[in-house]
Design a protein around this ligand. Structure first.
Ligand code: ADP
Length: 466
C-alpha cells in the first residue's frame, strides 16, 4: 500500500487519529493523576488523624495504666500490618515503637531499622520512596503538658496500593494504545469509503474525450452533498463543452461543405481551360497549373475536414462487407504502382478475410502508402505486408524513410500535427491524413499502431478483427 502524504485520506485520517490520541491520552492521564491523588490523600489523612489524636488517646489510657504502657497501648492499637508508629526522644533514642516493625515485611532487608535510622524529613508530611517501597511519613512533636516527649512518626507503607495503581495505569495505557490503533484502522476505512465518490468521479472524468463528451454523465451512488454539488457542476460543464464542441464541429462541417462545392467548380474550370486552350503562353499555363493544383489540394483538405467533422459527430457511415484482403491489397498496391514503383506487396496470409468498408479501407491504405512514399527516398522500397495473428488480420505499411522522433509518435494522429512543419508542407500534406486514418480504422473496429526509429523508417500497422 502506498502512502500519499498529501492525500485527503491521509490528512483526514492522521488528523482524526491525532485528535483521538490527544483526547484519550488526556482522559487517561487525568484519570490516573486523580486516582493517585485520591489514593495518597486517603493515606495522608489517615496518618495525620492518628498523629493528631495520639495525645488524646494516650491521655485516655493513662487514667488506667502507667504512661509508658499507655503509650505502647495506643501505638499498638493504631498500628496495622502496613502502618507503623514509633516515638523518638529528643536525644535520638526510641521511646516506643509498634510491634509490627519487628514483623513481616518490615523486617525484610533490615527495612524497619534503616527506616528508623533515617534523618527526620524536612516536611511534616511527605511521600517518600525508600528501598523500593512507597511510604507516607507523618512526623509531629509529641507533648504532654508543657513537656516535649519526642517526635511521633506515623509511617504508612502504601507500596501494595501503589503497585496496584501502577498496574491499573499500565493496563489503561495499553488499552488506550490498542483502542487508538483499532480506531485508526476504522477511521482509515471510513475515510477511504467516504472518498470513494471522489475517486469514482475522477475515473469517470479521466475517460472523457471529444468522442464521448456528449454521452458522458457523472453518476454517483449516494454521494456526500459537497461531492454531489461538484458532480452537478461538472455535468453542467460537460454539457456546455459538448454543445461548444458540437457547434465547432457543425461550423467546420458547414464551412468545408460550402467551400468545397464552388472550389470543385473552380478546379473543373481550370482543368478544362488547361485542356481546351491551345494558345496559352507558358507563364499563363504555369499559373493555371499552380492554381489548379492548389485548388485540388484545398478540395482534399476540405474533404478531409468534412470526414473528420462527420466522424466526430458520429455521422460517418461504414458499409461493412466481407473482404478478401489478399486481392484487395494487390489491387491497392497495383494502383499505387502507377505513381511510384517503390511499393510492393508481401502476402503471408493469403486467405484472410475481414468485414470492412472497402472504400474506407482503400482510403486508409492509400494514405499510409502515400506517406511512406512521401517521407522516404525514391530508392527505398515501401512494403505492404499482410499477415494474421490470432483473431486479427494485420496490414503493415513499412518504409525505410526518415522515421518519426519518439516524442512525436503519439501526436502524429492529432489533426494538423506535423513532425517537421516546413518539410511536411513541402510534400503537400495537410496534417489531417493520419487523424482520418485513425478515425476510419477505429470506425471499422480496428486498431492502428506505429513503430518508428529516426533515420531508419516507420511501420504503420492496421489490425482488423477477422
Ligand atoms: P501529412 O498530410 O502532413 O502527411 P499526416 O497526418 O499524414 O499529415 O502525417 C502527420 C505527420 O506524420 C507528417 O507531417 C509527417 O511528419 C509524419 N509522418 C507520417 N507518416 C510518416 C512516415 N511514413 N514517415 C515519416 N514521417 C511520417
Amino acid at each position: 500500500m502506498k502512502f500519499d502524504l498529501a492525500s485527503i485520506q491521509f490528512r483526514l485520517t492522521s488528523g482524526i487519529v491525532l485528535a483521538s490520541i490527544l483526547g484519550i491520552g488526556g482522559i487517561s492521564g487525568w484519570t490516573s493523576y486523580r486516582m493517585q491523588q485520591i489514593l495518597i490523600e486517603g493515606h495522608k489523612q489517615n496518618a495525620v488523624n492518628i498523629a493528631q489524636r495520639f495525645e488524646q488517646d494516650v491521655d485516655l489510657y493513662e487514667e488506667m495504666m502507667p504512661s509508658r504502657e499507655a503509650l505502647q497501648r495506643v501505638i499498638n492499637y493504631r498500628s496495622t500490618a502496613d502502618l507503623a508508629i514509633w516515638i523518638r526522644s529528643p536525644d535520638g533514642s526510641i521511646i516506643a515503637q509498634s510491634d509490627t516493625l519487628s514483623m513481616g515485611s518490615w523486617q525484610q532487608d533490615n527495612f524497619a531499622q534503616n527506616l528508623i535510622d533515617l534523618p527526620k524529613p524536612e516536611d511534616a508530611l511527605t511521600i517518600r520512596r525508600f528501598q523500593d517501597r512507597y511510604l507516607v511519613i507523618c512526623v509531629s512533636t509529641l507533648r504532654f503538658g508543657n513537656q516535649v516527649l519526642g517526635e511521633l512518626y506515623v509511617v504508612d507503607d502504601i507500596t501494595q496500593n501503589q503497585r496496584s495503581f501502577n498496574e491499573v495505569t499500565r493496563t489503561l495505557a495499553v488499552s488506550s494504545v490498542l483502542f487508538v490503533g483499532f480506531a485508526a484502522v476504522l477511521i482509515a476505512l471510513y475515510v477511504n469509503r467516504s472518498l470513494r465518490p471522489i475517486r469514482k468521479m475522477n475515473q469517470l472524468a479521466a475517460h472523457v474525450s471529444a468522442s464521448n463528451l456528449a454521452q458522458t454523465h457523472l453518476k454517483l451512488d449516494n454521494p456526500p452533498t459537497e461531492v454531489k454539488e461538484l458532480s452537478k457542476t461538472l455535468n453542467l460543464m460537460l454539457e456546455r463543452l459538448s454543445e461548444a464542441w458540437e457547434q465547432q464541429r457543425r461550423f467546420v462541417s458547414d464551412v468545408s461543405h460550402e467551400l468545397r462545392t464552388p472550389l470543385t467548380l473552380v478546379h473543373g474550370y481550370l482543368q478544362s481551360t488547361l485542356r481546351r486552350c491551345r494558345n496559352l503562353t507558358e507563364p499563363q499555363r504555369e499559373g493555371l497549373e499552380i492554381a489548379a493544383s492548389e485548388a485540388d489540394r484545398t478540395i482534399r483538405l476540405l474533404q478531409d475536414l468534412l470526414d473528420l467533422a462527420r466522424a466526430d459527430g458520429g455521422h460517418l457511415r461504414f458499409t461493412l462487407e466481407p473482404l478478401q484482403l489478399k486481392d484487395f491489397i494487390l489491387e491497392v498496391v497495383g494502383m499505387c504502382s502507377y505513381s511510384s514503383d517503390q511499393v510492393m506487396a508481401e502476402i503471408a496470409a493469403p486467405y484472410v478475410e475481414v468485414k470492412a468498408d472497402r472504400n474506407r479501407l482503400k482510403q486508409v491504405l492509400i494514405n499510409l502508402i502515400d506517406n511512406a512514399v512521401k517521407y522516404s527516398d525514391a530508392s527505398e522500397p515501401v512494403k505492404v505486408r499482410l499477415s494474421q495473428s490470432g483473431e486479427w488480420a494485420t496490414i503493415e505499411v513499412c518504409d525505410r524513410g526518415r522515421g518519426i522522433p519518439m516524442a512525436d509518435l503519439n501526436k502524429i494522429f492529432d489533426p494538423f500535427y506535423r513532425v517537421d512543419e516546413d518539410r511536411s508542407r513541402a510534400t503537400g500534406g495537410t496534417g489531417l491524413g493520419l487523424s482520418i486514418v485513425k478515425t476510419l480504422v477505429e470506425g471499422m473496429s480496428g486498431k492502428l499502431k506505429v513503430q518508428s526509429k529516426l533515420g531508419e523508417g516507420s511501420t504503420f500497422t492496421v489490425s482488423l478483427p477477422t
